[in-house]
Design a protein around this ligand. Structure first.
Ligand SMILES: [Zn+2]
Ligand SMILES: [Zn+2]
Length: 453
């Protein structure tokens, strides 16, 4: 809205923030030395309440950002991702802020009121919300509400450590009989846990099983972070449906688990998948077509009706396309198995790492994370892709490697994106014509300057 004089009418929220800023300026210029000791101590206590009230309003704003998806509209993967990018927060702290903001609004009305009036601090609010959140799923809403009221009351005069101890044994305080019953139910759920991987005829896997609520919560927490939509740099929404995003997230977890230093070995070597192939299959040309992008998944072995080439297989005999074989070998342990025309193994080479650890570290220093435009997923989730594939003569050298997360590694191998290094020896990505008819090259994601040491 505009006044006839041309002055913009500010929203009351901005006017109020301006008034708070003006008040802080007065506070900063006031002579604290002129206060008596008791006045000084009183001022410090009063500031605590003012700070809590302001933080309650900050969280209310965060809640509004989350509720209307405002962060997603400007291309951020989530509200927490936006807070990290624009407000410089740690991702974990940003996630906790969003979670508390949502819970205050939806399930913790007593806490919200006490926080808004400055009776409990932000730290206390987190402890209360954590205490309610970890109550077993079987605890009914009325008991949860009693727990919330009890913790909020205690938060007004207990320190955070004491409040944390009370929150940890909240269920026993609320209902001693219920606690015993819950313990029995939890023990049963623990015994009934199961997980079955169903091998289908085409080599794909299906899942079946059930987990305890707390194990499920761990999976929820991990998938929540890893399966969040990742819009393209220009704001194009992530085309992957939620199920595909969760499947990608599960594989991210598995890959990082396999790389963990304390992962147990199998048969005297780190857990490995073996692909048997021939040199001819690895160098076969499989330029992607429009069809590959439409199917949404990596291209497999040609279209329906084509003879299926069987010259790259997993250990169980499942055939792999040449491009998938190349993608698997980009950043993996390789066992060269030479087979003759009848499939007899002539020679098994020694296990060797294609990208040695120091080279991988060098790529991590240069790219800082997934280099695909707009991505930046942390390096520990990434693979070192050969720009000019080693099976076609490409060297394993810094200038021939680029760091890509599993999703974008798949995009580069199967969906026609090209990578090259610019004169500054930094990666540049060229989209396929069906993504951008002009095929304008796009600069790689670069870590913010403060992360480049
Ligand atoms: Zn690759
Ligand atoms: Zn990526």
């Amino acid at each position: 809205m505009t006044w006839s004089t041309g002055t913009t009418l500010e929203h009351p929220a901005r006017v109020a923030l301006g008034a708070i800023d003006a008040g802080i300026d007065v506070l900063a210029e006031s002579n604290l030395w002129s206060l008596s000791d008791s006045e000084l101590l009183g001022l410090r206590i009063a500031q605590e309440a003012t700070l809590a009230r302001l933080q309650a309003q900050v969280l209310a704003t965060t809640r509004e950002v989350e509720a209307r998806g405002a962060a997603g509209k400007v291309g951020a993967p989530s509200t927490a991702g936006w807070l990290r990018g624009r407000c410089g927060q740690h991702y974990g702290a940003a996630k906790r802020e969003v979670q508390l903001a949502v819970e205050l609004d939806s399930t913790l009305p007593v806490l919200r009121a006490a926080f808004a009036t400055g009776e409990v601090s932000l730290t206390h609010a987190h402890v209360v919300a954590d205490g309610i959140r970890v109550l077993p799923a079987a605890v009914d809403a009325a008991t949860r509400a009693r727990g919330e009221a009890l913790l909020v009351e205690e938060a007004k005069h207990r320190n955070v450590a004491a409040l944390g101890r009370l929150a940890a044994r909240l269920i026993g305080v609320l209902d001693p009989d219920g606690a015993a019953r819950l313990e029995r139910e939890e023990a049963e759920a623990e015994v009934n846990e199961e997980f079955t991987l169903v091998h289908r005829y085409d080599g794909a896997r299906g899942f079946r099983g059930q987990l305890t609520p707390e194990d499920g919560a761990f999976i929820d927490a991990a998938l929540d972070v890893l399966a969040a939509p990742r819009p393209a740099e220009d704001g194009t929404p992530d085309p992957r449906p939620p199920g595909k995003r969760r499947a990608d997230a599960l594989m991210d977890l598995v890959r990082i688990g396999l790389r963990a230093p304390d992962m147990p070995w199998s048969g005297g070597e780190p857990v490995t998948i073996t692909v048997t192939t021939t040199p001819e299959h690895l160098t076969a040309d499989t330029t992607p077509t429009d069809n590959d992008t439409e199917c949404g998944l990596g291209s497999r072995v040609g279209s329906v009706g084509d003879p299926i080439p069987l010259d790259a297989t997993l250990e169980d005999g499942t055939p792999l396309s040449a491009e998938t074989t190349r993608r698997l070998s980009c950043d993996a342990w390789l066992v060269a198995a030479i087979i003759d025309a009848h499939g007899a193994v002539l020679d098994i080479g020694r296990r060797s790492r294609i990208v040695p650890a120091p080279m991988r570290r060098a790529v991590i220093v240069r790219d800082g994370g997934c280099a695909f435009p707009g991505c930046g997923r942390p390096a520990r989730w990434c693979q070192a892709h050969h720009i000019w594939h080693w099976s076609k003569g490409g060297p394993t050298a810094l200038d021939n490697l680029v760091l890509l997360c599993a999703h974008h590694h798949n995009v580069v191998h199967h969906h026609g994106w090209q990578v090259h290094l610019d004169p500054n020896r930094l990666p540049v990505f060229t989209p396929p014509p069906w993504v951008d008819p002009d095929q304008t090259p796009r600069t790689a994601w670069r870590p913010p300057p403060h992360l480049l040491i």
